[in-house]
Design a protein. Structure first.
Length: 339
């Protein structure tokens, strides 16, 4: 007679670190290899940073939870140098409860739009489908949310190693090749932030001989190598505030915050009103043919591209020097079309 299996009521995961430890350990065991406690500790330290390296007692608790609360097929033999392994395929994400799923969704929010990539194999459930799976476990799944994605974007493969380096607080070596350069240039970078804009990803950080405030576009990176023994240069930047006065990812400190007035013809103006170009947007004039919007922004190429993207439906009224810069671009475009 087979032994009775004692079922336990699942408890909510108490911290994001606890969840990420479980995910890290599960990912390793899912490769159907054997591991030691030190293997798990080093992997968690790399993901969560040295200050969050788990103790032996903590790892014992995590492994017991995987086995008894989530039903993982975890084998253990004390005399083996690597005494832990999975005896069968197992998906942790299918058994997370709603509270666990909400916590996991927070932990992996950065990556959920790139779950189709090969390097995230085995984590499909915890990414794009997580909200659905969390709320309706056991029900037939139906797509209710679809994100815009650019699956051909060549920089996506660098997201995971850069994300891990930022979390671990370690430097990276980046081989960066500008579109106009014949050969790449190597930079030792302290990575601080990954930022998405217009379906492209950018790395913000510090590197010697690099332009302050200029991001590294991931599609121009040829290689990334983590330097786990080299800690990042201290970062005191408030990244939420850093981009409060710009559109896009380029903040040029030399460009002051300016008041811009943009005139948009109806009915296009209704789209701008309901989907603001920037959080500082305000309507300062309404007529039967147009709306005037005002913004408090630093000038950059992304802002110029946004305004030009409105085509003949928009006109920058002021300041005059920015208006003239746009006029020159429009004249260049007209000559391109032999106008």
């Amino acid at each position: 007679m087979p032994p009775k299996i004692r079922t336990m009521k699942k408890k909510t995961l108490s911290t994001r670190n606890q969840l990420e430890r479980l995910i890290t350990i599960h990912e390793m065991l899912s490769k159907r290899l054997a591991y030691s406690l030190d293997d798990f500790a080093r992997a968690c330290e790399y993901k969560l940073g040295p200050e969050n390296r788990p103790s032996t007692r903590t790892l014992y608790g995590d492994l017991e939870r995987l086995r008894h609360e989530f039903g993982a097929p975890l084998a253990h033999k004390n005399r083996n140098p690597k005494p832990y392994w999975y005896t069968a395929d197992f998906s942790l994400y299918n058994v997370l409860n709603k509270e666990d799923a909400a916590l996991a969704n927070e932990a992996v929010a950065l990556l959920k739009q790139v779950s189709h990539l090969p390097q995230f194999a085995g984590m499909e459930d915890v990414f794009l489908k997580f909200e659905q799976r969390a709320g309706e476990v056991g029900k037939a799944e139906k797509l209710v949310v679809q994100y815009e994605q650019n699956v051909e974007y060549v920089g996506l493969k660098w997201l995971k190693p850069l994300y891990d380096a930022i979390r671990a607080g370690c430097c990276v070596l980046i081989d960066y090749q500008d579109f106009t350069a014949d050969l790449p240039t190597r930079y030792e970078v302290s990575p601080y932030l990954l930022r998405e804009y217009n379906n492209r990803w950018f790395l913000l950080g510090w590197a010697e001989n690099w332009f302050v405030g200029r991001p590294f576009p991931l599609d121009r990176i040829n290689d990334v190598k983590a330097l786990p023994n080299l800690r990042c240069r201290p970062d005191k930047t408030d990244w939420s505030a850093e981009f409060a006065d710009v559109v896009g990812v380029t903040r040029i400190a030399e460009n002051p915050v300016e008041t811009l007035v943009l005139r948009v013809l109806l009915p296009r103006a209704r789209y701008v009103e309901t989907k603001p170009l920037h959080s500082s947007q305000q309507v300062i004039a309404r007529t039967d043919t147009y709306l005037d919007f005002t913004y408090q922004l630093r000038w950059n190429n992304e802002l110029m591209a946004q305004i030009l993207g409105f085509g003949p439906d928009a006109e920058l009224v002021s300041p005059e020097n920015r208006r003239m810069a746009l006029a020159q671009k429009v004249q260049q475009l007209a000559r391109r079309y032999d106008v």
